[in-house]
Design a protein around this ligand. Structure first.
Ligand SMILES: Nc1nc2c(c(=O)[nH]1)N[C@H]1C(S)=C(S)[C@@H](COP(=O)(O)OP(=O)(O)OC[C@H]3O[C@@H](n4cnc5c(N)ncnc54)[C@H](O)[C@@H]3O)O[C@H]1N2
Ligand code: MOO
Length: 399
């Protein structure tokens, strides 16, 4: 058994990013930027007003000012503001020549065609400087960034309609087990429905990759090897089940029959002990355990970072955070533990993580009720309620 941190390093080491494609900004949400993008324009394009009011020269704003024109967004005032003059101006409109500040209209008393300031107008007040948001040529979105609503807004403001992103990695999902039936089919005696396939498919989709979910395979080395050998246009293979030591645990044999070279098998983690990794050319297969909770936890800890690496997100880490432990825990053994837990809030609004008392890695109902995984390092000493712990929240991962 190797530490799970070493397993992750060994999974990530050989992975290189997939190719790129150009998509329209409207279609780019959730995609990963393949090349750092520069602004095509400056924002604001010129000095503009931040408020509705009057563009003035701050030095003579204490005198009576004659209103000599209007500057509105899209239709600037073309003249110059001289001493004792003001120009009516609206939010976002270009500051006229000669003016250096904006008197907000709440502080202006109108007297015919003139105004009087009822409060001082310091130089530069309520003026947004040209390029203060970003300047033309400046990097606005970095390679490897995940495009969200804010980044898309920034790219639009910077003059972009198209963006170069990583194509979605194609991830083959392969389940094995004579007991597996497709949800919806009649269940023979002793049969169970294939829950790992749809569950890991959803995880792959949430990570921004394209799941290719294959029908369940029997516990047959030959059949599994034939499917593995026949895969085309796939960037990553995820198998589920058949990873342990039983007579019907066929994955290791099937992988080597299909030409995959074994890397590691079994890790010091709970759940997830029989995790395996094998490579054929540039293609990795991550063999997940069949127990559904183990499959999902390994999906979080290993599959998400590998997909991120395929997407060119070199600094991606599964986000963890600090919380207060909600109950006492016994000392841990050598397997790094991921305890399914409920989150609540204490009287200070701090997050409290309380692991479920039963942590069976076949229990999907408890998994679906969990808000987070509590991380228990190898050989962690007994812990008391109220101590700090680290957690992985599930909802932000789309899980
Ligand atoms: N003697 C030992 N037995 C086991 C060990 C061990 O070290 N020594 N490890 C245990 C651990 S830990 C795990 S995890 C499991 C993993 O076993 P496999 O990866 O070989 O998985 P299977 O035996 O095929 O299945 C285990 C369990 O999960 C169910 N399963 C499998 N595939 C699916 C699916 N697609 N959807 C839903 N459920 C699935 C299967 O029916 C079994 O109940 O091994 C322990 N045993
Ligand atoms: O580690 Mo197994 O992965 O307990 O379920």
């Amino acid at each position: 058994m190797i530490p799970h941190t070493e397993a992750l390093s060994r999974l990530l080491a050989p992975v290189t990013p997939v190719g790129t494609e150009i998509v329209s900004l409207a279609q780019s949400s959730g995609r990963i930027v393949a090349r750092t993008v520069q602004a095509r324009v400056s924002n604001p394009p010129a000095d503009v007003s931040a408020m509705d009011g009057y563009a003035v020269r701050s030095a003579d704003s204490a005198t009576v000012l004659r209103v000599v024109g209007t500057s509105r967004a899209g239709e600037p005032f073309s003249g110059t503001v001289h001493a004792a003059e003001a120009v009516r101006i609206f939010t976002g409109s270009i500051m006229p020549e000669g003016a250096d500040a904006v008197l907000i209209q709440e502080n202006a008393r109108l007297e015919g065609g003139t105004i009087v300031a009822t409060a001082p107008v310091p130089d530069g007040s309520f003026v947004r400087r040209a390029g203060q948001d970003f300047a033309a040529g400046q990097d606005v979105v970095q390679s490897g960034a995940c495009l969200n609503a804010r980044a898309i807004g920034l790219l639009a403001a910077a003059g972009h309609v198209w963006v170069e992103v990583r194509r979605r990695p194609r991830v083959a999902l392969l389940t094995t087990g004579d007991e597996l039936s497709l949800p919806g089919d009649p269940l023979p005696p002793g049969g169970i429905y294939n829950s790992n396939g749809p569950m890991l498919s959803a995880l792959v989709h949430a990570a921004g990759a394209e799941p290719v979910l294959l029908p369940p395979l029997p516990d047959s080395r030959e059949d599994v090897a034939a499917v593995l050998a026949g895969l085309r246009d796939i960037d990553l293979v995820i198998s589920m089940g058949g990873a342990s030591v039983g007579a019907h645990d066929v994955m290791r044999d099937a992988l080597s029959m299909a030409g995959f070279a074994p890397d590691f098998w079994t890790i010091a983690m709970r759940p997830g002990k029989p995790l395996m990794h094998a490579r054929k050319g540039s293609l990795s297969c991550i063999g997940l355990p069949g127990n559904p909770v183990a499959a999902l936890v390994c999906g979080i800890v290993f599959v998400l970072p590998v997909i991120a690496r395929l997407q060119g997100r070199t600094s991606y880490q599964v986000p963890t955070e600090s919380a207060t432990l909600g109950c006492d825990l016994g000392g841990n053994d050598m397997r790094f533990d991921h305890l399914r837990a409920r989150l609540t809030f204490d009287e200070n609004g701090d997050t409290v993580a309380t692991p479920f008392s039963k942590q069976d890695s076949g229990m999907l109902s408890a998994l679906s009720q969990a808000d987070a995984l509590v991380l228990r390092p190898s050989h962690a000493p007994a812990a008391r309620a109220g101590e700090r712990c680290r957690i992985i929240r599930l909802a932000p991962l789309g899980l």
